[in-house]
Design a protein. Structure first.
Length: 268
């Protein structure tokens, strides 16, 4: 009887794992902007709707939006120039640019579908318009690369495989182990997304007439703001600032090839 139960659990595990895996494989599409084959769980319309729903809550978490009209207008002007003069204009996403009132948290982020935010804390540390363009172009890069939709698809795969392990092993302890392994895989994908957004950001900056070299300065500002204290890179969703500066310098040396014909193509 025990052997029969074990076999049944293993069959269920195999079925659930296979369903999750093939469901993930079936989500493949080609990104019309980057030309990359990727697996995503959302349509562009769903991404836009998700971003619009999430924007007010995210703003509230950072003390709301800045009430300074000059600062808000200056940031929006740079962001809109990046979109209008680059391949991002063909993405179909309704990009909007917002300044968060938080004076302490050095951060910038993009929501699915186009809402992009930068905190006053980070904005006050930037030394030039080119550096601001670097921050915003990096976030635009996340949107056009559809990183949020990719990450959701990967999380769904990880959740399905973790559930399969729990069913097969009959142990939540094994499920936690599988979940931990899955989280490290997701972190790796997160680091790759950041480096891709850096590469795309450099191309967008160049297309919009900004100095791509300024993105290296942004990384140094972020490193200084963190006080040099951070988790090991393998256990973080972001690469180290030193690693990103090195990657950026390498990309700058071959930027015309990488950004050939107005499309941000993968290096290599």
């Amino acid at each position: 009887m025990i052997v029969g139960n074990i076999k049944l659990r293993l069959i269920i595990m195999a079925v659930v794992a296979a369903f999750s895996f093939f469901s993930y494989l079936g989500k493949e599409s080609v990104n019309p902007i980057t030309g990359e084959r990727q697996r995503v769980s959302l349509t562009r319309e769903q991404e836009i709707a998700m971003g619009l729903r999430s924007a007010p809550e995210m703003a509230q978490q950072f003390g709301g939006l800045s009430s300074d009209p000059e600062i808000v207008a200056a940031v929006a002007k740079v962001g809109e120039r990046i979109v209008a003069r680059s391949v991002a204009a063909r993405s179909g996403y309704p990009f909007t640019f917002h300044v968060l009132a938080d004076p302490n948290t050095v951060n910038a982020f993009a929501l699915p579908g186009g809402p992009i935010f930068i905190t006053l804390a980070l904005l006050s540390r930037l030394e030039s318009e080119d550096q601001l363009a670097g921050v915003l172009a990096h976030e635009v890069g996340h949107v056009i690369a559809r990183h949020s939709a990719e990450r959701l698809a990967k999380q769904e795969l990880t959740a399905g495989l973790t559930g399969a392990v729990v069913m097969g092993a009959g142990s939540y302890e094994m499920g936690r182990v599988a979940q931990m392994v899955g989280s490290f895989v997701t972190m790796k994908y997160g680091r790759e997304d950041e480096l891709e957004a850096d590469r795309l950001g450099l191309c967008l900056m160049a297309e919009a007439g900004y100095r791509p070299q300024a993105l290296s300065g942004v990384m140094r500002i972020l490193a200084k703001a963190s006080g040099g204290s951070r988790m090991p890179e393998f256990a973080s969703t972001h690469p180290s600032s030193a690693n990103r500066v090195q990657q950026i310098q390498a990309l700058l040396a071959e930027l015309p090839r990488i950004c050939h014909a107005g499309r941000a193509r993968p290096a290599g």
